[in-house]
Design a protein around this ligand. Structure first.
Ligand SMILES: Nc1nc2c(ncn2[C@@H]2O[C@H](COP(=O)(O)OP(=O)(O)OP(=O)(O)O)[C@@H](O)[C@H]2O)c(=O)[nH]1
Ligand SMILES: O=C([O-])CC(=O)C(=O)O
Ligand SMILES: [Mn+2]
Length: 586
């Protein structure tokens, strides 16, 4: 045994002494191990078998009704210096947080099996990948981690070679919402999560490691860990551009990553390739471009709204070997959610379906499935060097004001556009839904350090020799006076991506506005769409008065980050505010 592995063994021993499990199981990631776990969970009721004829290898998990989403108010970043966590995070002193958590973990695994899960985020041979080990007492977490990460023997071998890994300790505890905490110790590469079995709270490779801890690491190591999908767009000539896009939770990342081109585009030979649907790690390559990997190996996607009309690729992907969490069930035991044909008989809590109880599937019900099952899974998804990024896209749910698409004039302006992002809240986190909040780079719940430092880190990529992607902002969610979405969205979003690529290639001229460049007349290909002239104008309209107010609000928001806010960002905000005033006067 190497000395490296000893540090892992020592930590496992310490955790076992604290949590006192009946048994310890080191996960090897094999099929046999997975089958055995599933059998065991079917016996305990953690999993329910779904219709194996229509959905082979598919199971349903019903979480506790009080444990259905990430809990941002119980999520902490525990840096030595409170300032380093920033106003964007809840903070607790590391010693206090450890004491609090260790008291909860004390004896928490009594009578249970403790699973040790070595995992790798990213292709196992990639220099951009990073490893971790999650210790958990939840077989559901093990099964999900096997799908979402490269889990098992190969990851353990890499950990032994490298000697460093992120330590994640998780226990479902008694699922008491009052005794639930997700704690991050970025300086110690450590996570402690107690009291929730749900998604981003419990699958520690995902938000906890690949975003909060990784963003902190990325700052000192010169790369970026972002809440972004990665999609490849192949034109009829066979050229592929890769685009990374940050939208807040439940705002369309999975859908855009699996987009199916509109019919005319398909006929012409356009293809879309899915590299990732939630997280993107990128760093500058030798040629100055940004290269990106998807650190995940699976999708933990939102079920409601996923249908043949919106995302047929996802539907094909989840037709087999999928774990569904908190969906409803039909009379013949198929998984069901709002947006699918047919009807539910049992709701997400296992009760006979009654519309008086609300939706049949929980609005944040999810599927966990291997990325390889996606029909558009990119041949470059396992590329250890990553894919070169041509464009970065920011976006959110903005019912008014924000046009369908605009382009930042340069990198610094693009960083401001990302920092200023706002979106209506969704069901992906507990709390009110439909409230506008600022969510810089879609990282509000995930940046593992002070947003001021984070913006500075973003700005630092603009240096001599860099060939940075163009930065755009999109809004698929603008509504008309009747409350309906103005833009058809989904597959038709390719029309907007094509314009971006035309800009990257220097083919589209665009129209300059104070907030950036929008498509000029005729540049967006809208043939085949039933959009009248007025709607198109409304979608691309830049309301100078409304935007002046927006810039003032952005200025106030930036001000909240105090003296860690880079001056350059403040200057960008003032430049645009001034341009709007000039345009208003004209
Ligand atoms: N109107 C409209 N709705 C969309 C569009 N794309 C996605 N949606 C809806 O937005 C919701 C969430 O979409 P997802 O693609 O699952 O969101 P996500 O960003 O991957 O979410 P997380 O997994 O929580 O990070 C679903 O109800 C979709 O149907 C679009 O282009 N237009
Ligand atoms: O982390 C989760 O629970 C699900 C997710 O992708 C998100 O909320 O962005
Ligand atoms: Mn997400």
């Amino acid at each position: 045994m190497s000395s490296k592995l000893e540090s892992l063994q020592r930590w496992v021993d310490e955790v076992a002494a604290l949590t006192r499990p009946a048994k310890i199981h080191w996960c090897d990631g094999s099929d046999a191990e997975y089958r055995q776990l599933v059998q065991q969970m079917l016996q305990t009721g953690d999993l329910i078998e779904l219709n194996q004829e229509t959905h082979p290898g598919c199971y349903l998990h019903r979480s506790s009704p009080s444990d259905v989403a990430r809990v941002e108010h119980l999520t902490f970043v525990c840096t030595k210096d409170e300032q380093d966590a920033g106003p964007n995070n809840h903070w607790m002193a590391p010693a206090d947080a450890h004491a609090k958590m260790d008291a909860l973990f004390e004896g928490s695994m009594e009578g249970r099996t403790m699973y040790v899960i070595p995992y790798c985020m990213g292709p196992i041979d990639s220099p951009l990948a990073r490893c971790g080990v999650e210790i958990t007492d939840s077989p559901y977490v093990v099964a999900n981690m096997r799908t979402m990460t490269r889990m098992g023997a190969a990851a353990q071998a890499r950990i032994e070679r490298e000697g460093t890994f992120v330590k994640g300790l998780h226990s479902t505890g008694e699922l008491d919402p009052e005794r639930r905490f997700i704690m991050h110790f970025p300086e110690e590469l450590t996570i402690k999560s107690y009291g929730s079995g749900y998604g981003g709270n419990a699958l520690l490779g995902k938000k906890c490691h690949a975003l909060r801890i990784a963003s902190f690491q990325a700052k000192s190591e010169g790369w970026l860990a972002e809440h972004m999908l990665i999609v490849g767009i192949e034109n009829p000539k066979g050229e592929t551009h890769y685009i990374a896009a940050a939208f807040p939770s439940a705002c369309g990342k999975t859908n855009l990553a699996m987009l199916i081109p509109p019919e005319g585009y398909r006929k012409d030979g356009w293809k879309v390739w899915t590299v990732g649907d939630d997280i993107c790690w990128m760093r500058p390559g030798a040629d100055g471009r940004l290269y990106a990997i998807n650190p995940e190996a699976g999708y933990f996607g939102v079920a409601p709204g996923t249908s043949d009309a919106t995302n047929p690729n996802a539907l094909t992907t989840i037709a087999r070997d999928t774990i569904f969490t908190n969906v409803a069930v039909t009379a013949d035991n198929q998984p069901w959610w709002e947006g699918l044909p047919g009807k539910p008989v049992t709701d997400w809590q296992g009760r006979p379906y009654d519309p008086a109880n609300g939706p049949a599937a929980h609005p944040n019900s999810r599927f966990t499935v291997s990325a390889r099952q996606c029909p558009t899974w990119s041949p470059r998804a396992e590329d250890s060097q990553g894919v070169p990024i041509s464009a970065i896209v920011f976006g959110g749910r903005r019912p008014s004001l924000v046009p369908l698409v605009f382009e930042a004039r340069d990198w610094a302006h693009g960083v401001l556009v990302g920092a200023a992002m706002g979106s209506e809240t969704t069901a992906a986190a507990t709390g009110a839904v439909g409230v506008l909040r600022r969510d810089s780079m879609a990282m509000k719940p995930f940046a593992g350090y002070h947003y001021g430092d984070y913006f500075r880190h973003w700005l630092s990529f603009d240096k001599p020799g860099a060939k940075l992607p163009k930065i755009f902002h999109v809004n698929w969610f603008r509504k008309g006076e009747d409350g309906r979405f103005l833009w058809p969205g989904y597959g038709d979003n390719l029309r907007v991506l094509e314009w971006m690529i035309d800009r990257v290639e220097g083919r589209a001229k665009g129209r300059q506005t104070p907030i950036g460049t929008v498509p000029s007349d005729g540049e967006l290909k809208l043939d085949g769409l039933a959009l009248d002239r007025r709607t198109v104008d409304a979608l691309l309209d830049v309301d100078h008065v409304g935007w002046s107010d927006e810039l003032a609000a952005i200025g106030e928001y930036l001000h909240s980050f105090g003296d860690r806010l880079p001056d350059q960002l403040r200057a960008e905000q003032q430049r645009i505010a001034k341009a709007l005033k000039t345009a208003e006067a004209a």
